[in-house]
Design a protein around this ligand. Structure first.
Ligand code: ATP
Ligand code: MG
Length: 407
């Protein structure tokens, strides 16, 4: 028997419906905050991610699905959305449009990581990017928007954590201090490797966390410190509660200044529901205009797990199930179905040629609220017997009446 590839999954009903509900909630939030959708391609040049996400990141080094196509071009399945958004912004000169460059995307991402609960090789992200705005109000806006999105879904069990990792200059100075300190600590093999290449990433390591308690903190330059203080002040003034986490450095190379993660204690070690930060130099470094930017990405699978733990978002319309006592009434039944559907009423049937008992069984299995039973009398008098399947009550009525009641 053929199965899905390890780490890849089918999303069956009603999970699929839950995913859709999450996407709809996101779209509503994006409308309100004036973010415009960009539908990105799934495949990009491999080089795009090397240049943006970063050559020494886990994503590019270990997790990327890359392959050569028929023309020997090195391509990759996108592992994240930000590089594609930035590429699109540059390619289409979106900065010249004169409007705010606020974009969102919804789509599947691919990372060859070890699959486990809340971690898959294909997963869905909803992301937002605010390009070309250096103000701390942009940082605060994206953070508050993410908070509204999760609240809209009824999710409460999360804590926004924030930190500032400064600008290139702050980090250049900190690098030396950090390396000096890390040299004296017995780190895990991964981190030993990171010291020379990307020492900031060591702070992110779960294995070494306890050994890093006394690590000297980054000293932010005046501009970075002012920016960070402003972001925190705006959030506090707007009643958004957050925790500062000095160890939050994020795994991607392009972040500057503000970084944040919305964490939950409900999902075991997959504790990040969404994460993001500022990337002031990325657009320029990719050949675009100077566009300090900030954004986030949220994992839909993890959001879905949190929604399932709280409440359900799926509110299906009542289902009306048309049942025929004899196949001779099939056309009449089909006409009823068509009229119901035209009037936006959710309606279905199984098979007019099988016994009424079997059709009613189908109605129940399909979760129908009502059965519309058509027999000889109904057929001749243009009526319908409406049976409430939850309490068994039934009455004679007709199509117009049903449509009127449902409106
Ligand atoms: P983690 O630390 O859990 O690996 P990350 O830092 O790699 O997360 P990002 O690249 O910032 O995550 O992606 C944003 C969000 O996408 C995460 O907060 C998470 O909710 C989700 N996500 C990331 N990787 C996966 C995955 N392999 N499977 C499911 N969701 C994921
Ligand atoms: Mg990861």
């Amino acid at each position: 028997m053929l199965t899905t590839v390890r780490g890849f999954k089918d999303i069956l009903y009603p999970q699929s419906e839950l995913f859709t509900a999450i996407e709809i909630a996101a779209r509503e939030i994006f409308k309100i905050y004036n973010y415009k959708e960009i539908r990105l391609p799934t495949v990009e040049y491999y080089e795009l991610f090397v240049k943006s996400t970063g050559e020494t990141t886990d994503i590019v080094e270990k997790e990327m699905y890359k392959f050569e196509d028929q023309s020997k071009r090195m391509l990759a399945l996108r592992p994240e959305g930000t590089p594609g958004i930035v590429r699109a912004y540059i390619n289409s000169n979106l900065n010249l449009k004169g409007e705010n460059s606020k974009f969102f995307y919804i789509g599947n991402m691919f990372r060859a990581e070890r699959p486990q609960a809340g971690r898959y090789r294909e997963f869905e992200q909803i992301g937002a990017e605010y390009l070309g705005n250096a103000s701390p109000y942009a940082d605060a806006e994206v953070i508050m928007m993410l908070d509204s999105f999760l609240k809209k879904l009824g999710i409460k069990s999360y804590t926004p954590e924030i930190n500032s990792i400064g600008c290139t200059e702050c980090r250049k100075k900190y690098r030396g201090v950090l390396i000096n300190h890390l040299k004296n600590i017995d780190l895990c093999d991964d981190c030993k490797n990171r010291i020379g290449r990307n020492p900031l990433r060591v702070l992110d390591c779960k294995t070494d966390r306890d050994k890093l308690k006394d690590i000297p903190h980054i000293e932010l330059c005046t501009d970075c410190r002012t920016h960070y203080e402003s972001v925190k002040n705006i959030l506090t003034t707007n009643n958004l509660k957050f925790k500062e986490n000095y160890f939050l450095v994020r795994g991607l190379d392009y972040y500057t200044r503000t970084v944040f993660e919305f964490k939950t204690d409900q999902l075991g070690s997959q504790d990040a529901v969404a994460s993001g930060g500022r990337y002031d130099t990325l657009v320029k470094s990719m050949g675009g205009p100077d566009s300090p930017s900030v954004g986030w990405a949220a994992g839909v699978e993890r959001i879905a797990m949190l929604v399932e733990k709280n409440d359900t978002l799926i509110k299906e319309k009542d289902l009306f199930f048309v049942v025929s006592m004899d196949k001779a009434y099939s056309e009449y039944c089909l006409k009823i179905l068509t009229e119901l559907r035209k009037n936006n009423i959710r309606a279905d049937f199984s098979n007019f040629s099988v016994s009424i008992k079997s059709q009613l069984r189908s109605a129940n299995s399909n979760g129908a609220k009502y059965a519309l039973i058509i027999g000889d009398d109904e057929y001749k008098t243009n009526t319908i017997t409406l049976k409430n399947l939850s309490n068994g009550e039934q009455k004679k009525t007709n199509l117009n009446e049903i449509i009127q009641i449902m409106h």
